[in-house]
Design a protein around this ligand. Sequence first.
Ligand code: HEC
Length: 124
Amino acid sequence: MSKIWIFACLFGLYLLYSFTVYTKGTEQHIPLPATTQLQVNKGKQLFQQYNCVACHQLYGLGGYLGPELTTAYSDPGRGETYMKVFLQSGSRTMPDFHLNNDDVNALISYLKYVDETAVTYKAY
Ligand code: HEC
């Protein structure tokens, strides 16, 4: 008899869990102020337009010619100023895209946002 109660309990919890996951979702949304959101969107567009992912990885996906960029923003050895230099003038192996200041700032905003979303990624 007690087996039936255990089954009923587990099944009830399963239904509750399913309902929560399907109605609330599991993704966390990081709300941004409207102007920052525009910058981030522009940066993402530029990142796609210049095909940065051909050489760089985000969340482990992408090319392997350049370094992983997911957590570059909060990396104590890299960070904003360090990244800006590469975007403004390239290096021997990183192409110079002749980006203007607005584009560089938008790309940095996008990479900062990516860094903020990489919560579980940083744990490894
Ligand atoms: C042809 C391949 C290639 C493309 C395309 C490319 N990069 Fe790079 N990038 C590199 C390489 C290689 C390095 C390392 C350069 C070095 O250390 O001298 C680098 C370095 C960087 C760095 C410095 C980070 C670090 O850890 O050293 C940033 C930031 C960066 N790239 C951003 C971008 C962005 C944004 C784009 C798109 C607009 C882009 N890259 C497109 C190859 C590329």
